[in-house]
Design a protein around this ligand. Structure first.
Ligand SMILES: Nc1ncnc2c1ncn2[C@@H]1O[C@H](COP(=O)(O)OP(=O)(O)OP(=O)(O)O)[C@@H](O)[C@H]1O
Ligand SMILES: [Mg+2]
Length: 219
């Protein structure tokens, strides 16, 4: 998957800009980090790249296709290859298992093995049948992330994925993201936590400051 962020500006209120003149071209699979202080524009950029927010100015090309100027068939096709994991877990009423399997069911796939694998791996077996309203913050966060991992999207965007996760789960998640990238996906992580392990192994670092691209390092 290739992603071109072409002269992108984004304004929530039509007066001030949360993103200004952002130009990025991601051509290789790998993990890309978006860093920067609170309010720098990380979440906004991640949502623009994930096609959740339409740039006020500029274009986003995914595989050369200008999503916001494409047909509804093309829009549906592109959207189906992208998953955005919100910083605050967005789950539906029901058990952990129900939530983790929902994306696969919606795609007409049933793969109990992969669900079992991730539920065990993230130590959620004990809460597998528990309502998501009765989970700890870290369990809820892990459930919202594995719901995305089981789908193996071509573009996985995660906003502050490490919040609430303990060190063991952070390590597992970094491994799983690297694994997904090795299989050809682009993984974009917005975070103000800088894990040295992740910085060493990632393909690129996008540093934002006050809505502008402060630096772009691609290995
Ligand atoms: N829904 C919104 N409506 C209006 N302004 C917003 C909205 N969301 C974000 N902003 C503003 O846009 C700017 C960038 O916010 P954004 O959430 O992208 O930053 P961030 O780098 O993700 O910050 P954090 O580290 O706190 O998550 C900030 O000035 C913020 O106040
Ligand atoms: Mg944010």
């Amino acid at each position: 998957m290739k992603i071109l962020v072409d002269n992108v500006w984004y304004s929530y209120d039509g007066v001030t800009y949360a993103l200004r003149n952002i130009n990025i071209y991601l051509t290789e699979p790998g993990i890309y980090l978006i860093t920067g202080p609170n309010g720098a524009g990380k979440t906004t950029l991640l949502k623009v790249i994930s096609l959740l927010l339409k740039p006020t100015i500029g274009r986003i090309l995914i595989e050369g296709v200008d999503y916001w100027n494409s047909s509804s068939v093309e829009k549906t096709r592109l959207k189906s290859t992208i998953i955005f994991v919100h910083d605050k877990p967005l789950l539906v009423r029901g058990s952990v298992e129900y939530n983790v399997s929902l994306g696969l069911k919606l795609k007409g796939l049933s793969s109990n093995d992969i669900i079992d694998y991730y539920i065990k791996r993230y130590n959620l077996s004990d809460v597998r049948n528990k309502s998501i309203y009765k989970l700890s913050a870290g369990q809820l966060k892990a459930a919202s992330i594995i719901r995305a991992l089981v789908l193996r999207p071509k573009l996985l965007a995660l906003d502050e994925p490490f919040t609430f996760l303990d060190n063991t789960r952070v390590k597992l998640l970094i491994e799983d993201l690297l694994n997904l990238a090795d299989k050809g996906s682009i993984v974009i992580v917005a975070s103000h936590y800088i894990y040295r392990d992740l910085v060493e192994k990632c393909k690129g670092v996008i540093e934002l400051f006050m809505g502008e691209l402060l630096s772009l390092k691609i290995k």
